[in-house]
Design a protein around this ligand. Structure first.
Ligand code: GDP
Ligand code: CA
Length: 321
């Protein structure tokens, strides 16, 4: 069985730990198609927060407290940059992380596509799944805000510097119109027995993936059932700022509303099935099969059970596809 997962960073990475565990039990292959909308060039370094969250988490090197970056991180480079007054100073650039960004940037500058660079970095981290960026092309999420008049800032600045706490008009996926799915993405989707949408931020993690022309069509027109997992439990994001992102779109912070935002595959949307937490068992999404299961990703076991429930909802339980 082949499982494809559309995913953002921290929430998606934790979900993938469970996907990998369940896939090992049933002998399935896993490919993650990872958001690149957060990617940003700072201090001359190409930084890919979601790819790195997934790679470090599955490689057993993520900081569990902070949720992003490396465990045992140090901050000498950041402090030295601050001494020079080098901007931006609001970005958490760790020393260990910097080595990753240096290797990545050197390879990109030498002409390798991001998908090959990611594969090269994964030789060290051995995530146990195939990791693909959604696109090898530049696709960046920018945010139109009011800051001394209306202007667009990079998503990282909106998120990290302003904590999303500035009057926000909309999100724009810069470059999306010209982006192509990265090498291997369409092949993985075509070969998938099931496509899972991780409990990632729908607005700034999953939407930029689906904004790559041809990618959503490949998923929706493909043969595999599509099941999403709700990042919202009982009317609140478990962590992160999905509520601020949803508010910008005038979407209610509820499992039902996020399911409806993705929409039914049968009505031009994405989903065949929508897995919600037991607290949201009453949630209904027109045209979508909704099922409830415990969705707190407490540990690998709990998360693996979520994945089993998602595959059952997809009708491909236990590798019987
Ligand atoms: P980011 O790119 O680092 O922001 O991470 P993602 O977009 O992949 O995931 C962020 C989302 O994960 C948030 O919107 C949270 O609601 C969701 N999330 C985090 N922990 C859990 C959990 O234990 N259960 C569920 N269902 N969602 C979670
Ligand atoms: Ca992200």
């Amino acid at each position: 069985m082949r499982i494809v997962v559309l995913t953002g960073g921290i929430g998606g990475a934790r979900f993938l730990v469970g996907v990998r565990a369940y896939a090992r039990q049933i002998g399935a292959d896993v490919t993650a198609v990872v958001n690149v909308g957060d990617d940003v060039r700072l201090h001359g370094l190409q930084i890919c927060p979601d790819l790195d969250s997934v790679m470090y988490t599955l490689g057993g090197a993520a900081d569990p407290e902070r949720g992003w970056g490396r465990v045992g991180e140090t901050w000498v480079v950041k402090e030295e940059l601050a001494e020079y007054g080098a901007e931006p100073s609001w970005f958490g650039l760790g020393d260990k992380d910097t080595a990753t960004h240096l290797v990545r940037t050197t390879m990109l500058n030498a002409g390798y596509p991001l998908s090959q660079v990611t594969a090269a970095l994964c030789e060290r981290w051995q995530p146990g799944i195939t990791m693909l960026p959604a696109t090898d092309d530049r696709l960046e999420t920018h945010v139109v805000v009011d800051l001394d008049g209306q202007r667009a800032i990079h998503f990282q600045e909106w998120w990290v510097r302003y904590r999303g706490d500035v009057p926000t008009h909309r999100f724009v996926f810069v470059g999306a119109d010209k982006a192509k799915p990265a090498a291997g993405v369409l092949e993985a989707i075509a070969a998938a027995d099931v496509v899972l949408v991780a409990p990632s931020n729908p607005v700034v993690s999953i939407a930029p993936i689906l904004a790559v022309p041809g990618l959503k069509e490949a998923v929706v027109d493909g043969p595999a059932p599509i099941v999403g997992v709700s990042p919202i439990i009982g009317g609140a994001p478990v962590r992160g700022m999905a509520d601020r992102c949803l508010a910008t779109l005038d979407v209610e912070v509820s499992a039902a509303a996020v399911g409806a935002l993705y929409g039914a595959r049968s009505a031009g949307g994405l989903l065949d099935g929508w897995l919600v937490d037991e607290a949201d068992a009453q949630a209904a999404v027109p045209g979508v099969r909704v099922k409830a299961a415990p969705l707190w990703m407490r540990d690998e076991e709990a998360t693996s059970a979520m994945v089993a429930a998602a595959l059952e909802l997809a009708g491909v339980e236990g590798g019987t596809a």
